[in-house]
Design a protein around this ligand. Structure first.
Ligand SMILES: Nc1ncnc2c1ncn2[C@@H]1O[C@H](COP(=O)(O)OP(=O)(O)OP(=O)(O)O)[C@@H](O)[C@H]1O
Ligand SMILES: [Mg+2]
Length: 263
């Protein structure tokens, strides 16, 4: 059975999509079967995976509205070697159109029931808001991965997200947990970075990933070629960071599986 992670933070531009695309490619490079679910009408994860959002027969919109099965919308990332459930602007309408539907919070969860059997990892790229799409992402997943920049206001935004996660955990998804906090666009020369890191560590302990993703221009360039960074520049600092993150996640999962088996 696969593991589903939502990559979420209601703050915009913190590296959610960059993390989703590059973690998907890095896990796929270790021979894991990976599905990337684009849950953002911006369709950035779709484009960044090398799939044209303007040329889709079916998208996540059709899946959430029950118009087609997820398999019919699947595309392959040509350079990432993972499967993509793509999104485009159509998804904006789903936010409103879903509201009167039955089980509106569980539509993604139901849609991914077969994928959970088929894939080792499913990564959901959430939009930058706490709307019904994000609620669907948080309800469908086993854990949330929160990318964040080490800035002063980031901590304030984090408490709103943690409150939402707690509410969803108590009402919609009892097994929901914060899987990990990832520091992105990391600049150790900035003194605030150290302070914020310290606070994150004291608050989240070992849920703070040891891997930090540095600010790296290759990570910003790769999406315009529709490539994950490990395909675009494998030696770049950005590529090495996301490969390290994939390793950290795999090791954590193996350790927890071992714990369960010996409990
Ligand atoms: N480590 C990094 N180094 C340099 N640039 C980065 C890094 N991570 C992300 N970026 C760039 O920063 C911008 C925002 O990143 P990204 O799109 O991943 O954030 P996001 O949280 O998904 O944004 P949104 O909230 O709009 O969905 C992009 O242009 C991306 O290429
Ligand atoms: Mg994004």
């Amino acid at each position: 059975m696969g593991t589903i992670y939502a990559i979420a933070n209601q703050k915009g531009g913190v590296g959610k999509t960059t993390t989703c695309v590059n973690l998907a490619a890095s896990l796929a490079a270790t021979k894991k079967q990976v599905l990337l679910v684009d849950l953002d009408p911006q369709g950035n994860a779709t484009m960044g995976s090398g799939v044209d959002k303007n040329d889709l027969e079916y998208s996540i919109y059709d899946v959430l509205m029950g118009l087609t099965r997820p398999e019919n919308a699947y595309c392959t990332s040509p350079d990432g070697h993972y499967t993509v459930l793509p999104a485009n602007g159509d998804l904006t309408a789903a936010e409103v159109e879903m509201l009167p539907l039955e089980n509106k919070e569980y539509r993604l969860k139901s849609a991914l029931s077969a994928a959970k059997e088929q894939f080792d990892y499913v990564l959901i790229d959430c939009p930058p808001s706490l709307n019904m799409l994000t609620v669907n992402g948080l309800t469908a997943c086993d854990g949330v991965l929160i990318p964040m920049q080490c800035e002063y206001y980031a901590l304030e935004g984090l408490s709103a997200l943690v409150n939402t996660i707690n509410t969803i955990q108590s009402v919609l998804n009892p097994k929901l947990k914060i899987e990990g906090i990832l520091r992105t666009m990391y600049d150790p020369r900035n003194s605030l970075t150290g302070d914020v890191s310290q606070q994150l560590h004291s608050h989240f302990g070992d849920r703070l990933y040891r891997t930090c993703v540095p600010r790296n221009v290759r990570l910003a360039e790769a999406p315009s070629f529709g490539m994950p960074v490990i395909a675009y520049d494998k030696q770049s600092k950005g590529a090495l960071a996301y490969i390290a993150l994939a390793g950290e996640i795999l090791r954590r999962n193996e350790a927890s599986t071992l714990e369960l088996a010996t409990a």
